[in-house]
Write a protein that binds this ligand. Structure first.
Ligand SMILES: C[S@@+](CC[C@H](N)C(=O)[O-])C[C@H]1O[C@@H](n2cnc3c(N)ncnc32)[C@H](O)[C@@H]1O
Length: 259
């Protein structure tokens, strides 16, 4: 699914401008939207007792970084009316990829999602421990998480915590091995990391994984495997058919440079 923003606003504007002025500008911006889109914005969830525009943005927007005028990326919040309908789950079946060039929000499935199954994303980085996750959701979003994992069995919860800790540790080990020049170790550990991410059902896009292996083999000087994984990555990006073609382009350049 690809969504485009109804409203995109820099966080500097939200922080620097006086509240009444900010609300007036935002209301004006929403008022200028085409009727159907405006109706979708106004139908979004909100909190009782807060100013309407503040509440709509607060409950439904996503933080994204976009480049303005060739400068370093600036933090913005975007209101994506379809993506905003997606609830949080500590056991997500999808995640979003924001394209700073196209300003689109692409919702990508971690694995096949059955017809009728709810699409859910994690509002919190996946390596956050359960207690911190629940605290963050409560303090930042104002809700007690009721997702399937939070309502799951003790065994489910313990397994998930263990696998995520392993994923975080292994990711650290890959980076360390790479930094120290132990590229074969980094390759082996990446394979272990993939195993745990599959157990936890949050594997990376295969193309992303193949990109990583291709680069590690290149660093190791094994150009045959670098090319093999580079080709697999390129095929993967083509198959994904993403609106964000940065990685596809990078995979092409990688292979060209190798040859
Ligand atoms: C971006 S909206 C998600 C879509 C919203 N449920 C709707 O129907 O439009 C975020 C709000 O949904 C609710 N929500 C999302 N995930 C939740 C969860 N795991 N447990 C409880 N409430 C959740 C919370 O009220 C939260 O502030």
């Amino acid at each position: 699914m690809v969504d485009v923003p109804a409203v995109m606003v820099g966080t500097a504007f939200l922080a620097d401008v006086r509240p009444h002025h900010r609300r007036r500008v935002l209301k004006q911006a929403i008022g200028q939207l085409p009727d159907e889109l405006k109706a979708r914005v106004m139908a979004l969830g909100r909190l009782e007792g807060e100013y309407e525009v503040d509440s709509i943005l607060g409950v439904n927007s996503n933080s994204v970084v976009i480049e303005v005028g060739g400068d370093e990326g600036e933090l913005h919040v975007g209101l994506f009316t379809e993506a905003a309908r997606i609830n949080h789950s500590c056991r997500p079946n999808a995640y979003y990829r924001f394209s700073p060039r196209r300003l689109t929000m692409e919702v990508v499935a971690y694995h096949a999602i059955e017809a009728g199954e709810e699409i859910v994303m994690s509002y919190v980085p996946l390596d956050t421990a359960r207690s911190e996750r629940r605290q963050f959701l409560k303090e930042t979003w104002g809700f007690d998480c009721t997702c399937s994992l939070c309502h799951g069995s003790e065994l489910d919860i313990t397994n998930s915590e263990t696998w995520r800790r392993r994923m975080t540790d292994l990711r650290g080990s890959v980076l360390h091995a790479r930094r120290e020049g132990y590229f074969q170790d980094a390759i082996n550990i990446s394979k272990d990391w993939l195993h745990f991410s599959e157990l936890e059902m949050v594997p990376p896009l295969l193309a992303e994984y193949h990109d990583t292996l291709a680069e590690l083999y290149r660093l190791k000087g094994d150009l045959i495997n670098a090319t093999r994984y580079g080709r697999m990555a390129l095929d993967g990006w083509v198959r994904l058919g993403s609106v964000e073609d940065d990685q596809l382009e990078k995979a092409r350049v990688f292979l060209k440079d190798l040859s």
